[in-house]
Design a protein around this ligand. Structure first.
Ligand code: AKG
Ligand code: FE2
Length: 316
């Protein structure tokens, strides 16, 4: 059983919480509360300061496709069922032309495009991240690189807000796990797409997300809009999503959907499952609205352009 699920069951009881779970609390997790103006990093200033957190706000620009549940009449194929335990599922698809309008980096920029799912790169048991999860109970997005935490209508910059104290709040173990997981995903992507892992760079934003059925407080919380990551985030060439909770056990709705011309193809989240794909419009996608419970995931993305590369998030 996963810690996140246990922690969440205490923090936000759900009708799905099975009885008899060990009650856990987060004693080390301080509440930022309503931030002092000096400590606030609004989304815009974060973005102005070098890219920052773009996330879902920009997705609105690509609206116009049915939202919420899967559209009636839309044929849906399941690429990965929650109960599957997949080693290396991969579907190749033709690349879009999106990459032509960006500088090409041979040996990295996608020539082979597609989407893959694996349950064999990360085990469910290792996905603990307790110090990150403390904050995710209070926020919908935690951007590890910038420290931006979205809380209701506000963005708080955790690194500025807590300063040196952040080292007492976040643990090095969580950052080390993040680095390890990032590396393993990067290697898998490189292997599947036939490129060199050293030609890929982590890019921003890289963030934890919490999605539930409560009304979006701001447009940043509107995770369900169809979008193309390369359009939304610019620097992305390869997107990966690491799921931390289970579809239909921890939450309902919230499936990931590739929106192809002929059909939708779903990936049902499963804790430890990595879904990865080339970031161009060959992989238009969205997330179904969550109907109940809480869905946790991490978006970890890569660019081929060293100019947009970032280092691993660091503690302090
Ligand atoms: O969490 C997911 O399944 C998808 C999130 C997403 O599309 C994104 O971060 O760009
Ligand atoms: Fe996306």
């Amino acid at each position: 059983m996963l810690w996140p699920r246990l922690l969440w069951s205490v923090a936000a009881p759900s009708r799905r919480t099975p009885p008899g779970r060990v009650p856990l609390s987060c004693p080390r997790c301080p509440v930022p509360g309503r931030p002092r103006p000096a400590a606030i990093l609004l989304l815009l200033s974060a973005a102005a300061g070098g890219g920052g957190l773009v996330v879902w706000s920009r997705l609105r620009a690509q609206d116009g496709i049915t939202e919420g549940g899967i559209p009636a009449g839309g044929v849906t194929e399941v690429l990965a069922h929650r109960s599957d335990n997949l080693r290396d599922k991969f579907v190749e698809i033709p690349c879009s032309e999106d990459y032509d309008s960006h500088k090409r980096f041979e040996g990295c920029t996608p020539r082979k495009c597609g989407r893959g799912v694996t349950d064999a790169v990360i085990t469910r048991e290792e996905l603990i991240f307790p110090s990150f999860f403390c904050f995710l109970f209070q926020a919908s997005i935690l951007d590890l690189h910038s420290g931006a935490l979205s809380m209701g209508k506000h963005f708080v910059n955790l690194y500025r807000y807590f300063g040196d104290k952040i080292q007492d709040i976040f643990t090095e173990e969580d950052f080390a796990l993040y680095r390890d997981v990032r590396q393993r995903i990067q290697q898998r992507i490189a292997q599947v797409f036939g490129i060199s892992s050293s030609a890929m760079y982590l890019t921003k934003p890289t963030f934890f997300s919490r999605m539930n059925s409560t009304e979006a407080k701001t447009t940043h919380d509107e995770y369900w809009h169809p979008h193309v990551d390369k359009v939304t985030y610019g620097s992305f060439d390869y997107t990966s999503l690491l799921y931390l909770s289970d579809y239909s056990e921890d939450f309902g709705g919230g499936r990931f959907l590739f929106m192809d011309a002929d059909s939708n193809k779903t990936v049902e989240p499963r804790a430890g499952r990595v879904s990865f794909f080339t970031s161009g419009s060959e992989n238009l996608h969205r997330v179904e609205k969550v109907q109940w419970g809480t869905r946790f995931a991490i978006t970890i993305s890569f660019t081929c352009d060293p100019e947009y590369g970032i280092g691993d998030p660091l503690l302090g």
